[in-house]
Design a protein around this ligand. Structure first.
Ligand code: PLP
Length: 380
């Protein structure tokens, strides 16, 4: 992506929203800069309470939370996971790392989420997990996905990188699957630069998740005084976030309703001002079904074709505004092709991927800046 320096309105801009710096100072002052200390506990408690999940574990990234989920499922070589092709590489790679084979599913035309009607057809006796991604923070059709999964004894792992504090039919995203993965990367609604969380909705997995996350040791039990020394008990890796980052993150999470309100305003402003313009030009705006409370993660447009998208990116660039496209179909990537992916496998993904454009969207995007973006778009 081009550096934001050339753009008066970048695509994303990180900013302090609360007491992040005070909390970092506090972590340093009390000498807690390793992992799993007081700010990690505060973040985890906040997430557990706000989302009503039995356990949240901060991780070094969403990618790592997905890797933990894949380890917890004890996948064997040749097991299959149903994953969208229209997603970030980590949604798939976390499972491929464990030896699983990705089975790519296409997306719906409206929400750009996994097409739940195709899940049943892709299930085989080797399917071990279905991985819905709540694209742009709008919920996948979880009633169908969870029903099919439980009928076939298959786990659901939600990639909720975009969806924190969104809900589907009144239930929080991230609380449907056995596991869900959150991202606190700098482009997300809540951030600490790089970070993530694993949410566990099935308490049976909590103790093992703590072990895998702590290099395969029972160190978490040792910290709680449940054992007098810690030792190697399982496979695992180093997925614990530093409390310095957790302190920053807590400064954001504790004001989550205010952040979501700001983002709602940004999203609504675009949507209110672009309706007529988009309709007249055959440009599609995001679709949010009435039973979904979205997480206001992004605002995208679907242009009639790739040429118009390139032209619009250029048009905005000349006016100092950075707009960006998004995922390239994973089934057509060089790695995806090794798993048998070929053109035509996921036709909606292939079409959407070359037409989608994301507008600048960040917590401090001002109405004046948005006015400029909208004015530039209306000239196009
Ligand atoms: C859907 C999705 N899943 C996972 C990730 C990976 O997140 P992280 O950078 O926290 O590992 C991203 C990154 O943007 C994403 O968009």
């Amino acid at each position: 992506m081009t550096s934001s320096i050339e753009y008066s309105i970048p695509f994303n801009r990180s900013a302090l929203v609360g007491q992040e710096l005070d909390y970092i100072t506090e972590a340093l002052r009390i000498g807690q800069i390793g992992g799993d200390q007081s700010f990690t506990q505060r973040c985890q408690k906040l997430l557990e309470k706000a989302l009503q999940v039995p356990k949240a574990l901060l991780t070094t990234s969403c990618t790592h939370a997905l890797e933990l989920a894949a380890m917890l499922l004890d996948l064997q070589s040749g097991d299959q996971v149903i994953v969208p092709s229209f997603t970030f590489v980590s949604t798939v790679n976390a499972f491929v790392l464990r030896g699983a084979r990705p089975v790519f599913i296409d997306i719906r035309q409206d929400t750009l989420n996994m097409d739940e009607a195709q899940v049943e057809r892709l299930l085989t006796p080797r399917t071990k997990a279905i991985v819905p991604v709540h694209y742009a923070g709008v919920g996948c059709e979880m009633d169908v996905i969870t029903e099919v999964a439980s009928r076939h004894g298959v786990a659901v792992v939600e990639d909720n990188a975009h969806g924190l504090f969104g809900s589907y039919r009144g239930q929080n995203l991230g609380t449907f699957g056995a596991f869900s993965a959150q991202s606190f990367h700098e482009t997300k609604n809540f951030t600490c630069g790089e970070g993530g969380a694993l949410l566990l909705n099935d308490s049976r997995y909590i103790e093992r998740a703590e072990i895998l996350r702590e290099k395969g040791t029972n160190r978490s039990r040792f910290f709680r005084g449940q054992v007098d020394k810690y030792t190697w008990v399982d496979i695992g890796s180093s997925y614990v976030m530093s409390d310095v980052l957790a302190a920053f993150l807590y400064g954001q999470l504790e004001v989550w309703p205010q952040i979501q309100e700001k983002r709602r305003r940004v999203w609504d402003y675009y949507d209110r001002h672009l309706g007529d313009w988009a309709r007249e030009r055959g440009i599609r705006r995001p679709c949010v079904p009435p039973h979904c409370d979205q997480a206001y993660h992004m605002y995208y447009l679907l242009l009639p074709g790739p040429e118009q998208r390139t032209a619009l990116i250029e048009h905005l660039k000349k006016r100092g505004i950075l707009s960006v496209f998004h995922y390239l179909p994973l089934h057509l990537s060089s790695m995806g092709q090794k798993f048998g992916g070929k053109p035509g496998d996921c036709p909606v993904t292939e079409k959407v991927s070359e037409r989608l454009l994301r507008l600048p969207f960040y917590n401090t995007l001002s109405e004046l800046e948005q006015e400029k973006v909208v004015a530039a778009l209306l000239e196009f």
